[in-house]
Ligand binder design. Sequence first.
Ligand code: KG4
Ligand code: ZN
Length: 355
Amino acid sequence: MQTNFLVLGIESSCDETGVALVQAHAGARVPTLLAHALHSQIEMHQAYGGVVPELASRDHIRRVLPLTEAVLAESGRALSEVDVVAYTRGPGLAGALLVGAGVACALGAALDRPVLGVHHLEGHLLSPFLSADPPEFPFVALLVSGGHTQLMRVDGVGRYAILGETIDDAAGEAFDKSAKLMGLGYPGGPALSRLAEQGDPAAFKLPRPLLHSGNLDFSFAGLKTAVMTQAKKLGGDLEARKADLAASTQAAIVEVLVKKSLAALKETGLRRIVVAGGVGANRLLRAQLDAACSRLGVRVHYPELHLCTDNGAMIALAAAMRLQSGQQQANRDYAFDVKPRWPLDAIAPGSAAAV
Ligand code: KG4
Ligand code: ZN
């Protein structure tokens, strides 16, 4: 792979269609984002209280090419200048993934350019490299998205070791399900955290699952049940106490995430942590982690706020960094597949599951 190259990235794993153009430079540690465009399907799914997979796939089909045109127009580049077409290969909704993969491989074949399937979580994990303050390897990563909650040791591109993960619900799911119970709609995380700002985080005693488990695993299913029990107990008073319940729920989730992150730093001896995924946008999480890490002299890195949730930039970036690091070659095999379930450590070099 030449050292200067342009990557077009397409993300379509769930309810956001994202397209971006990233430039990799010879000699530069981090590629640059030339343009990106996003269409969120939130409004469309809101009526159903959650993502409807078939509607998601159809909407990705409608959006992906206009978004690609917008990205090319904004960057002033022509489609023919694209060197590699990257797409999210998994994990995610099968039908939604197939749209991005199909379009990327069709573009690659038409342009006679190689394609590269990217792991969605690797995109999240590397997204802080597009921030004004990019991290350096090695670091601990706290990956908190709608479907995943993992602590990882990251030694380089593709060198990921899972230190702990959720044994049931993800942190984002805990936000979303609790918000749904409180009638806050979808996606619940941002709505719950907004309401929490007006509430008392100590109003309700909610469990901090696995806080003292002695390992780095998480469990959030019990918290959701506790929120449900509390909401039922409040009955007609729920409306008046909703902000307090939201604040107490958020405090429980954030406390577990922060304490386990600190334990991971202690266990690995690393002095740097990267937070990525949708829940990384949470203000309380950022404030508490920043405060704890500054006391310890540990550096914390986040993606830019608008790149915390799903987007095409992180997919183009992850592809560019994989190619630059020699971890992977782009290929001209346009017979694509997608991987709706795909553990992140399966892409580590030497992993039996690596493909
Ligand atoms: O990473 P992401 O966009 O999608 C997945 O790959 O899953 O994460 C979406 C998750 C949702 O659960 C959403 O509720 C949560 O991130 N989220 C938040 C906030 N913004 C998004 N959770 C808490 N506070 C926020 N500000
Ligand atoms: Zn995501």
